[in-house]
Design a protein around this ligand. Structure first.
Ligand code: GRF
Length: 190
């Protein structure tokens, strides 16, 4: 049995799907669980199509330790946050020290922190008039977006960009680099 990865997602799950597909043919790593806090999340259908077990969580389940117990029961060794909108409690961050990876759709430390998720991030980048944006893949620690940065990839922000055109360019970067960054981390640092 390879390294078992749980992907946490609250939304569409396009990154989760890319990770599931990438590791399906990998003999040392597998996405064995998808965790979501939303009954209507697109990630549920994506996981179902791929035959991946889905675990429902909630603020309560995270805080009271139930979700952590379920992760242990599934022998999860690495947590990947791919658009998960609930805060991971300190207890999980501590028991999965350096084993929680997050992807952020901007170049941290800029455009991070409270409220900076989804289109709010791209809106802030456009409003700031930055010439470039990108993605940040980092470890999650108690200070959340301030964990050790593993990699960043950059892309230009065009004059003509809208939130949607920038979001699409960022998503292309995410889908191109998230899986290999996780694979490198597992092979070299776990
Ligand atoms: C991505 O933009 C990711 O950077 C952010 O949440 C979004 C998830 O998108 N953390 P999807 O649900 O994987 O399509």
């Amino acid at each position: 049995m390879g390294v078992r990865v749980a992907v946490f997602a609250s939304g569409s799950g396009s990154n989760a799907e890319v990770l599931i597909k990438h590791f399906k043919s990998h003999d040392g790593i597998e996405v064995s669980l998808v965790v979501t806090n939303r009954y209507d999340a697109g990630v549920i259908a994506r996981a179902g199509r791929a035959g991946i077990k889905v675990l429902k969580t909630s603020r309560k389940d995270l805080e009271c330790g139930l979700t952590e117990k379920q992760l242990r029961a599934e022998n999860i060794e690495l947590i990947v946050l791919a658009g998960f909108l609930l805060h991971i409690p300190r207890s999980i961050i501590q028991s999965f020290k350096d084993r929680i990876i997050n992807i952020h759709p901007a170049l941290l430390p800029k455009f991070g922190g409270k409220g900076m998720y989804g289109s709010h991030v791209h809106e802030a980048v456009l409003a700031a008039g930055d010439a470039e944006s990108g993605i940040t893949i980092h470890l999650v620690n108690e200070e959340y977006d301030k964990g050790r940065i593993l990699v960043q990839y950059r892309c230009p922000v065009e004059e003509s960009d809208t939130i949607n055109t920038l979001a699409k360019r960022i998503q292309t970067l995410e889908h191109a680099h998230f899986a290999s960054t996780i694979e490198d981390y597992i092979l070299n640092e776990l």
